[in-house]
Design a protein around this ligand. Sequence first.
Ligand code: ATP
Ligand code: MG
Length: 263
Amino acid sequence: MKILAVANQKGGVGKTTTTINLGAALAEMGQRVLLIDLDPQGHLTEAVGLPHTTHPATLTETLVGRFTGDLRQLVTPYREYANGGRIDVITTNLDMFLLEGQLYALQMKEHRLTRFLAVLDELFDVCLIDCPPSLGPLTDNALTAARRVLVPVESEDSSLKALALLVEQQLNTLADHLGGPIEVVGLVVNAYDKRRGRIVTSTLAAFQALPNLDVLAIIEDRKEVREAWRAQVPVVEYAPDTDVAGWYRDLGKTVADLIGLAT
Ligand SMILES: Nc1ncnc2c1ncn2[C@@H]1O[C@H](COP(=O)(O)OP(=O)(O)OP(=O)(O)O)[C@@H](O)[C@H]1O
Ligand SMILES: [Mg+2]
């Protein structure tokens, strides 16, 4: 199972949207996809419309080591496609907001998710982890398990600064600590709207000019993205013939290639 963290400590840049819609594009290609809602806000869980996991088979109990039963109990089916592709989800749970605080106190606190995911390795081809908008132990757990990160960004000056903080500080510090690199697979410029003027277009140009970081997709601001969220289905199913569904399919092919998924 290939693991990819979807992270950016900046809020509202499209992490959850990218996780679901990239996941669906990969599932449409025939991949067995696991999505993990690692954000205590539970937006991914809300967007897919699945119930919370319940005590004791939850991420909180598992990551702090109090639940040691069958970890497949945490996994809920979401979508199935004719070609064998599927999406399953590990949803949030009510006390998830306590998890970060509890993790601080534990030994090997960044490695908890790694150990958990090893158990699910045979069941899925790819796992996408939706991170919270912060640089705490939850994001560290995702980055440690994945060693690869996809970074959604918005085309604004503040997004450029957030990216520098993420890449130059967080990823390098964690990589030193782990004794190995964390690869930035690329950027997804999200909710792009060039009608908003030069700030937006010049920031895109700045992202595209970054050395060692590739812009993998430009996903424009589209009403179908918000409508699909409300309808609790991925964009490729909600509006299969739109340009935005096509952008997610292209992103799916690019990511599959970059992380070495057999297609
Ligand atoms: N390409 C897009 N077009 C239109 N709306 C979008 C697009 N991408 C995201 N949105 C909307 O913007 C909002 C924020 O997106 P999302 O929740 O994915 O960001 P996030 O980075 O996960 O936020 P948080 O940091 O709170 O977790 C959502 O309501 C989503 O529906
Ligand atoms: Mg989110």
